[in-house]
Design a protein around this ligand. Structure first.
Ligand code: PLP
Length: 436
């Protein structure tokens, strides 16, 4: 029997297919890896949202990262509305840019200067441009399974399913041949592979980009040994090391992961959380590289909405709450509960599955007897079909999780223990009923 629970969402998506290519503004929202149709949110508050059909969900998507305080946090809403009443864009610099920059600079030893943009994509794109200018080299190294936004370099040699077109063709159209040739892929957490690569091509490589905690292939922490190897190889060979902290920055602590683990890159990209739920990207680094940007140097970056007053105000309000409360201890506590509960609930049902986490991001592991995920082939080894069914069952039971096995579960400060335990038990129930 056809489930009518998503009737209005289905209708809206049909409407969207007439006006937006694929019905969406970003491909992951088409829910192509799962059974449920794309869900249309009508309103969100705290840890929950309601869809167009009136179904209510506990939200573990949380805008894929930015909504760390929950939806509509009063401090953030007040900051946005105060700023909106004073104007939304001026075409002139603002003091709130400096206030937000002060917070980011104070949170990391690596950062002398910050440039604000409208998206993580732009922050990464500018980091590549700076690295090429600083080194006079062209090539960029990325790791399989990483996602660094949608600039040409970032999507060249794409490895992710949602970056394939509907007929499975890799997204090569529209990219210059040089960009395809300039990008080299290595394996995450594989120190030997990157050593060999840098031995062979070190003098051609402008930058190595890596998420110190990978958040786009489930949740996979970089090992200390791997990240230290990257630092020493890049220092030895004059390569710019970029930590992409668009998701991880201010997610696990007040600042980037870099300072927490004591491995300091040359440039760090931020986004998501530092914009308080509004569009943002930020790039930080040592003055000697950052000053290559115009008006000091000759690397161009700019934008009508770069440093948007609304995003600055929202980001500043969000960071101040994170800075002045015990938010991170609470987030960590919730992450621990979710990860332990998943493991226990799987075990109680004799399911050979697991979970892993870093702070408040958690990945269930849907692969028989796999204790941990270390690289992209581990992530790809999971049961994607089972995930699609689990996803539907969870949505039907009012737990919204990202529509891809490659996204972790996101937690916010306002989630409650019973919601987190409820998700773990529903997850294991769903996995149990479909894996027999
Ligand atoms: N870098 C990482 C690690 C990301 O996860 C993302 C987006 O999810 C980006 C960069 C791109 O950021 P944006 O979507 O704001 O362009």
């Amino acid at each position: 029997m056809f489930n009518d629970r998503y009737r209005k969402s289905r209708e809206q998506f049909k409407r969207g297919l007439r006006t937006l290519p694929g019905g969406v503004s970003s491909p992951g929202r088409a829910f192509s890896d799962v059974v449920t149709p794309p869900i249309f949110v009508s309103s969100a508050r705290g840890s929950r949202f309601t869809d167009e059909d009136g179904n209510s969900y506990v939200d573990f998507v949380l805008g894929l990262g930015p909504v760390i305080l929950g939806h509509g946090h009063p401090e953030v809403v007040r900051a946005i509305s105060d700023q909106a009443s004073k104007g939304t864009v001026y075409g002139m610099p603002t003091t709130i840019e400096y206030d937000l920059a002060d917070e980011i600079i104070a949170a990391s030893e690596v950062i002398d200067l910050v440039r604000f943009m409208c998206s993580g994509t732009e922050a990464v794109m500018t980091a590549f441009r700076l690295a090429r200018a600083a080194t006079g080299r062209e090539r960029i190294v990325k790791f399989r399974g990483g996602y660094h936004g949608h600039s040409d370099v970032a999507i060249a040699q794409a490895t992710k399913p949602h970056m394939l077109s509907i007929d499975g063709e890799n997204i090569r159209s529209g990219l210059a041949t040089s960009e395809k040739q300039d990008v080299i892929i290595s394996e995450y957490n594989d120190s030997d592979a990157i050593k060999t690569l840098v031995d062979a091509h070190g003098d051609e490589i402008a930058a190595i980009i890596v998420e110190p905690v990978a958040t786009n292939m489930g949740l996979v922490p970089g090992t200390g040994e791997f990240l230290r190897t990257l630092r020493s190889l890049t220092s030895d060979r004059g390569i710019v090391l970029i930590f992409d902290e668009v998701v991880s920055g201010f997610r696990f602590r007040y600042g980037p992961v870099a300072d927490q683990i004591g491995i300091l890159p040359d440039l760090i990209t931020f986004g998501k959380i530092v914009g308080g739920g509004l569009p943002i990207g930020a790039l930080g680094g040592k003055a000697e590289i950052m000053e290559l940007l115009v008006r000091r140097g000759s690397v161009f970056q700019g934008g009508t909405f770069a440093g948007s007053p609304l995003a600055m105000a929202a980001g500043l309000a969000q960071l101040r709450v994170l800075r002045d409360t015990d938010a991170y201890a609470h987030l960590d506590h919730l992450g621990k509960i979710l990860c332990h509960s998943l493991i226990n609930e799987f075990r109680e049902r004799n399911l050979p599955f697991g979970a892993q986490r870093y702070g408040s991001l958690v990945s269930p592991i849907l692969q028989v007897a796999k204790e941990s995920l270390r690289d992209y082939s581990d992530v790809g080894g999971q049961d994607a079909k089972l995930f699609g069914r689990v996803h539907k069952e969870l949505m039907d039971r009012g737990f919204a999780i990202p529509p891809s096995i490659e996204e972790p579960l996101f937690l916010s400060v306002v989630h409650e223990e019973h919601q987190v335990k409820g998700l773990a038990s529903a997850y294991a129930d769903a996995a149990f009923s479909y894996s027999r």
